[in-house]
Ligand binder design. Structure first.
Ligand code: CA
Length: 235
């Protein structure tokens, strides 16, 4: 069995921000069917926190939220130079006007009532416009070299056979450019979803990963809650 074949089953995590549970459920169901992981938040502050924590590939953002509304959430992200693509969900013409007034670049919107298929199509479209097909990189840190295209890992001079999950975790850590990565973000990278009740699972996989990389392992534990690869660089 090729240990890294199963890893591409997910298209990444989509953050759904919607205060109406029935609508959020429909969005979750259709996005999941299309291979996305889905995390749901019900208000704007939760949305901002989730974007920073989970780094979703895209955000489906209801404009009419309690408290901080969707437009304000998007402005706050852009002010932080966060250009995660957004698909707005609008309910009224004046909301459409506000969204269009943002000069959003890659972003898009659907108007309630929307067809779930249309929503999924919009998400895929903003992802295509956002960065096109990813270019595989060769990542190096410490004595470890990870080739995304060939899907191989070498520690020192020895090839290392990793499971799909171990490969995804190592890639996420090496791509973080020295930043400490929390367990929930690692889970989102490796499984396309964040399951807060099971975050110890990450520790188990990281322990196995470290054991396989042996003395060459570049993975540090930060404050007992995050992991970090300090000197990762793209070759
Ligand atoms: Ca709403």
């Amino acid at each position: 069995m090729d240990p890294v074949q199963a890893e591409d089953g997910t298209r990444g995590l989509v953050l759904v921000v919607e205060d109406e549970p029935a609508i959020a459920d429909v969005q979750r169901r259709y996005l999941t069917q299309e291979g996305f992981g889905v995390h749901v938040e019900r208000d704007g502050d939760g949305a901002l926190d989730a974007v920073r924590r989970l780094r979703p590939v895209a955000v489906v953002l209801d404009v009419g939220l309690p408290g901080r509304d969707g437009v304000s959430v998007c402005r706050a992200l852009r002010a932080e130079d966060d250009w995660t693509p957004v698909v707005f969900v609008t309910a009224r013409d004046d909301e459409v006007d506000r969204v269009l007034g943002l000069e959003l670049g890659a972003d898009d919107y659907v108007t309630k009532p929307f067809s779930p298929r249309e929503l999924v199509a919009r998400v895929k479209a903003v992802l295509r416009r956002h960065d096109g097909p990813p270019v595989p990189a060769v990542l190096e840190a410490g004595g470890v070299r990870l080739d995304e295209g060939a899907r191989t890992v070498v520690a020192g001079s020895d090839p290392v056979a990793l499971t799909a999950t171990e490969f995804a975790l190592l890639r996420a850590l090496m791509k973080a450019g020295g930043r400490a990565v929390e367990r929930t973000e690692l889970m989102a990278s490796a499984w396309g979803q964040a399951d807060y009740t099971g975050s110890r699972t990450v520790d188990v996989h990281v322990a196995q990963l470290r054991a396989k990389l042996g003395e060459h392992s570049p993975i540090e534990t930060v404050r007992g809650v995050c992991y970090r690869v300090p000197t990762a660089a793209r070759a």
